[in-house]
Design a protein around this ligand. Structure first.
Ligand code: BGC
Length: 335
C-alpha cells in the first residue's frame, strides 16, 4: 500500500508505504527516508532510522539523514577530476575535498513524485554543470516492496560522459534509541580501502583480517571501534569502505535487544560503514537527542573517490548508457 500522506507545501509531500510488517515514510525532498517502522521481538513497532520532525531541519542540518546522495557519494579528492581531457571542479564542502555531491547535491533537491502501482517513483533532471558535474543527468529512483523487503532502484542516463555514485544515507538504529555500540554486524568483505586523515582512500587495498574492520563474523559495532588502529583512529570509529565479495546478503545487522534483523543486498561493489562518530548532540524527531554512535549507515556504493583510481570499479557513466542499480533492505526478527 502506498499513499500521499501529507502535502508539506506545493512541491514537497510525505508518502507512506506499507508492507505486511513494515511502514516507511519517504519524502520527495532529497528522496529522504524519514521513518521506518518495524515490529520488534515483542511485537512493539519501533522506528529504526534517525530523522527530523520537519522538512526545514532536513534543509538546514547537514548530516544527510535518510537522504539520497549524489551525484557522487562520499569524497572526491580536492574536488576536482578529469574526464575526456577536461578538468571539472566541485564545491569543497568538506575541505580539502568535495563530499556527497556538493553543497546542493541530490539530498537538497525536490524530486517529482509519482505513485506507480505499489511503487513511489522520484525523478529529477540535473542540469549540465550542476555542482560542477558534466552532462544533463536524468535520474529516477523507485522505492518499492518485495514482500517485507524495502527496495531502492536507481536509474540514470546522461547526455555527456560524467561520473555518478548514488547511495542512500539512512542512519539505522535497530533499537530505535540510544547508541548502536552493542548492535551486531556481519559484512561480507575480506578487503577494505583504508583512508588518510581526511577520510579519503589512500589507494591501498587491505585485508580486514587482524584489523578492527573484520566483520566477517557477527561483531558488536563498539567492540573494536576505539582500537588504536589507523582504520578507526582518525574517524573515532568506523567511516570506511568495504569491498564486498558479492555474497547475498552483503551485510546483516542485528540487535540482541530488539531482535530486529536487517539484511542488505546490493549490486554495488562497496559499502561505507559510518557509525555517526561524534554526532551531535543534535535534536532529532520525537524529542530524541542523537549523540556519538547513535546509528550506523550502510552506504552501498562504488568505492569513494574511484575516479582517481582507474583500477577500481568505475563510476564513469557514458553518454547513451544507462546506470541501473538496486539495494534491498530485508527485515525480520530473531525470537
Ligand atoms: C561519510 C562521513 C560523513 C558522513 C556525513 C559519510 O558517508 O563517510 O565522513 O561525516 O557521511 O556526511
Amino acid at each position: 500500500m502506498i499513499r500521499e500522506l501529507k502535502k508539506v507545501d506545493d512541491h514537497i509531500s510525505l508518502f507512506e508505504m506499507k508492507s505486511n510488517a513494515l511502514e516507511v515514510l519517504v519524502t520527495n525532498f532529497g528522496g529522504t527516508i524519514i521513518r521506518l517502522l518495524m515490529p520488534d521481538k515483542n511485537g512493539q513497532k519501533g522506528d529504526v532510522v534517525l530523522g527530523y520532525d520537519s522538512i526545514a531541519e532536513y534543509q538546514t542540518k547537514d548530516a544527510y539523514l535518510g537522504a539520497l546522495v549524489g551525484r557522487t557519494a562520499n569524497r572526491t579528492c580536492k574536488g576536482t577530476f578529469s574526464l575526456n581531457g577536461k578538468t571539472y571542479t566541485l564545491p569543497l564542502n568538506d575541505v580539502p575535498n568535495s563530499l556527497h555531491g556538493g553543497v546542493h547535491g541530490f539530498s537538497q533537491k525536490v524530486f517529482d513524485a509519482k505513485i506507480q502501482g505499489d511503487s513511489l517513483v522520484l525523478t529529477y533532471l540535473s542540469p549540465d554543470g550542476e555542482e560542477g558535474y558534466p552532462g544533463t543527468l536524468t535520474l529516477s529512483v523507485r522505492f518499492c516492496w518485495k514482500g517485507d523487503s524495502f527496495c531502492i532502484h536507481y536509474h540514470a542516463e546522461t547526455d555527456q560522459d560524467t561520473i555518478l555514485n548514488l547511495t542512500n544515507h539512512s542512519y539505522f538504529n535497530l533499537n530505535g534509541k540510544g547508541d548502536v555500540q552493542k548492535q551486531l554486524l556481519k559484512i561480507h568483505a575480506d578487503l577494505f580501502t583504508p583512508n588518510d586523515d581526511v577520510c579519503l582512500p589512500t589507494g591501498e587495498i587491505r585485508p580486514v583480517a587482524g584489523t578492527a574492520m573484520d566483520f566477517r563474523r557477527f561483531k558488536a559495532i563498539g567492540q573494536d571501534a576505539d582500537n588504536d588502529e589507523d582504520c578507526v583512529r582518525a574517524s573515532r570509529g568506523y567511516d570506511a569502505n568495504f569491498i564486498l565479495d558479492g555474497s547475498i546478503p552483503a551485510v546483516t545487522a542485528r540487535s540482541p535487544e530488539s531482535g530486529i534483523v536487517m539484511q542488505v543486498t546490493t549490486d554495488q561493489p562497496g559499502v561505507q560503514l559510518y557509525t555517526a562518530n561524534g554526532m551531535g548532540p543534535v535534536s532529532g524527531k520525537n524529542g530524541q537527542v542523537y549523540g556519538h554512535r547513535a546509528a550506523f549507515c550502510l552506504e552501498t556504493q562504488h568505492y569513494p573517490d574511484c575516479i582517481h583510481h582507474p583500477d577500481w570499479p568505475s563510476c564513469i557513466l557514458r553518454a547513451g548508457e544507462a546506470f541501473d542499480s538496486t539495494t534491498v533492505y530485508a527485515f525480520s526478527v530473531d525470537e
